[in-house]
Unconditional design. Sequence first.
Lengths: 99, 191
Amino acid sequence: MNLENLRAKLLSAARQTAPDERVPYAFEKRIMAHLVRKPAEDLFSLWGSALWKGAAACAVITALSVALSVWNFRSTTDTDDDGFETVVLAGADQMTQTW
Amino acid sequence: MEHSDAELIAAVLKGDAASFEPLVARYSPRIFATARRYARRDSEVEDIVQEVWTKAYQKLSSFRGEAPFEHWLMRLAVRTCYDFLRGHQRNRETTFSELSEPESDWLDRYVNDPSSAAEDAAAARQLLDRVLSQMAPAARLIITLLEIEERPVKEIAKLTGWSVALVKVRAFRARAEMRKRLAKIAKEKYL
């Protein structure tokens, strides 16, 4: 059996019939009633959205805290380095002055 | 006086929900025709069309008016039909014993003399419907758009949101899948 020919024949049969465009009576009224109907309050979705908002706020606070602590750590390290250097080289400075 | 699509859409976006009704009345026949290609039961068809209009109403602000409203709406309709197919996917394969008598007779006529099997026969359409209903959602969608509705590949890419290359690949696979399913039916019936 030539399957490609059979496939073409079946598709040709489908092409020859346009699908039905019939619309049920007053369908547009039904759609409008559905669209303007006030959505029922869903407690779970309300709770879920509040939870997501809370999670987003927590993430922002965490990011800010991390950024601040990193920045603070760097500036503290820089100060310590300067102090350490001053102490270590204090003797050398004095020696230079003596010479 | 009949308002244009643009006027009605502008009115809806300003808060006049009632202006949406003429749009529903104007384009529902086309959406029903599209939905009937993918769903058989009336209740399923109505659910699909209702879903399309609900999405259209909710996303109306995203319609920019660069293309006709009908094109935008048809994209929504095709994607909703695809979602429907994915949600109602069946993994069952058609066996010869499931064919109805007219379908089986049509296939006999085709095997005996391919030219005598009428192309406009209802049985042929039923048989095709049966084969399509067993195919993967993407394959069914692509066969319908490309082979039955004879739309160009670029248009299918716009309707489905797939790239042109993906449409071509899926079309190739869909044709192969269809041949495979027809071969299975033929093998059971005649071997």
